[in-house]
Design a protein around this ligand. Structure first.
Ligand code: HEC
Length: 157
């Protein structure tokens, strides 16, 4: 069997676009840090990478970040799985016209990045390549469990 792996193709989102994302319950309001953010010297490598990977968003101005979970998957998200198939959770850079998507297939997380209109933008920046998402979400297994990193307590109304 021959596996064809192209290293030259443009990256494409693996997770799909959640068409009705604006209806999904909000579970957290965080932020994307601005380019002038300086972390304390003792910040963990994970924090440094998470913050500095995305300071380019919204022209370096930072952005409110909203985490929305699929209406049927709050309990799964709260316990970091086990996850049923389909889009699980999204992170929306409100001022950045950017939606990060985490979907699960057969229990495994896959990733994608879209603008608010559903245009796949994963090839517009290295840090939006699904491989790049996976590298962080998979490496820090004590923080990102089964592909999700945050642990919500409740949903917002
Ligand atoms: C360098 C580390 C890092 C990279 C790279 C990264 N993430 Fe994350 N991701 C995080 C952290 C940390 C959080 C939690 C953020 C918070 O609580 O505000 C998170 C949260 C998320 C969430 C909200 C749900 C959750 O709890 O996990 C989604 C969706 C998500 N990431 C998708 C992606 C996608 C898609 C990519 C690639 C385009 C990506 N991430 C790249 C670290 C990373």
């Amino acid at each position: 069997m021959i596996m064809f792996i192209s290293s030259h193709s443009k990256s494409a989102s693996m997770a799909s676009f959640p068409v009705d994302w604006q209806e999904w319950p909000v579970v957290a309001r965080h932020k994307v840090y601005s380019a002038d953010t300086v972390l304390p010297d003792d910040a963990s490598l994970f924090d440094q990478e998470s913050v500095y990977s995305y300071t380019w968003i919204n022209g370096g101005q930072g952005s409110p970040l909203t985490i929305r979970v699929h209406p049927d998957k709050f309990e799964q998200y709260r316990t970091h799985g086990p996850y049923t198939d389909g889009i699980t959770v999204i992170a929306v850079a409100e001022s950045g016209n950017l939606i990060w998507v985490t979907e699960h297939v057969g229990g495994f997380p896959i990733y994608g990045s879209y603008d608010f209109n559903g245009e796949d933008i994963s090839d517009t920046h290295l840090s939006l390549d699904p491989d790049y998402c996976h590298a962080c979400h998979y490496t820090y297994k004590d923080i990102c469990i089964n592909g999700t990193c945050f642990t919500p307590e409740t949903k917002e109304k």
